[in-house]
Design a protein around this ligand. Structure first.
Ligand SMILES: [Zn+2]
Length: 309
């Protein structure tokens, strides 16, 4: 209860016009461009329902939300901006629906559309430099009260990070589920990291200095990646009461986004929202099945530490 109060108290009072201007800047950071002919000038057409931009050269009409994560929405922008604001800490759809006075389904979709924008960005940004990997299991807490067979409950995942060579701090983090087809045994072996290496570490060997597999703790205590994993488990338990396998990946990406966006989670997320085409409910559900499987070859060997001379 306290938590709801403090989030509500901190949230700025967004105004619809300010939100429009902010989304406009996120969508066209260098000013308006006609999506058809790239012309830089428009006639504004303000209607009751939405703002239209008509190209002065070719008369093509586009709306403010076209091509953004908010496209097709009937939810006012102030509510979207409030949802963006909440993403700075992460919030359940149930709590979001109570704060925004929208239905649970609307709140759920808003949260997942924001996560979709995060995921599209994340997928296009492989790790570089000195990369560390750590494998562990996510077990949905029993307190969620949903019975699942044991093999469904334990989700293997790889935590990966680019580590600063100067400060040894995490510069960029990713957490990815290991596809079931790549994980037949109960322990992590070198093959369990294959999909992560293939999809989330740069394949340009000049960009990757080293790859090291670390444990949760070593002689100096809990490793950075071990701590990160504990962090996400704690957050998922506190905020959502645990997450089932179906949507786990989206939540892992959301958690890492906050680390990677550092001090400007809101601004970075707004920029992604302005640049990412939206996704439908069907698209959100289908993408979960679209985990590619690969044939494992020894890319660990190929990418073994190559210290720059
Ligand atoms: Zn045009």
């Amino acid at each position: 209860m306290n938590k709801r109060k403090s989030i509500g108290e901190q949230m700025p009072a967004f105004e619809e016009d300010d939100c429009k201007q902010a989304l406009l800047r996120a969508k066209w950071p260098n000013g308006y461009r006609c999506p058809r002919c790239d012309h830089p000038a428009y006639y504004p057409i303000v209607s009751r329902r939405r703002d239209i931009y008509e190209c002065r050269a070719c008369a093509h009409q586009t709306s403010l939300t076209a091509g953004t994560i908010m496209e097709g929405t009937r939810t006012p922008l102030v509510k979207w901006f409030s949802a963006l604001y909440m993403m700075q800490t992460g919030i359940s759809a149930k709590l979001l629906s109570a704060i925004l006075h929208v239905t649970y389904k609307t709140a759920w979709l808003m949260n997942h559309k924001l996560r979709h924008a995060i995921q599209i960005w994340d997928e296009a940004k492989p790790l570089k430099g000195d990369v560390q990997l750590y494998g562990d299991f996510y077990a949905r807490p029993v307190m969620s009260g949903v019975f699942e067979p044991p093999d469904q409950r334990e989700q293997p995942a790889v935590v990966g990070a680019s580590i600063s060579p100067e400060t040894y701090e995490i510069e960029e983090a990713k957490m990815k589920r290991v596809p079931k087809s790549m994980f037949n045994r109960r322990i992590f072996d070198v093959g369990s990291y294959g999909t992560f290496l293939w999809r989330h570490v740069s394949d340009d060997h000049a960009e990757v200095r080293s790859i090291e597999i670390v444990r949760q703790s070593d002689s100096e205590g809990v490793t950075e990646l071990g701590l990160l994993w504990r962090g996400v488990i704690g957050w998922l338990a506190r905020t959502f009461g645990g997450i089932g396998p179906k949507h786990l990946q989206a939540y892992l990406d959301e958690f890492c986004f906050r680390i990677n966006a550092r001090s400007d989670v809101f601004g970075k997320l707004l920029s992604l929202c302005g640049q990412t085409p939206t996704v439908t409910l069907r698209g959100l559900v289908n993408r979960i099945r679209a985990v590619r499987s690969i044939r494992w070859t020894s890319s660990v060997g190929k990418k073994q530490p190559q210290r720059a001379v």
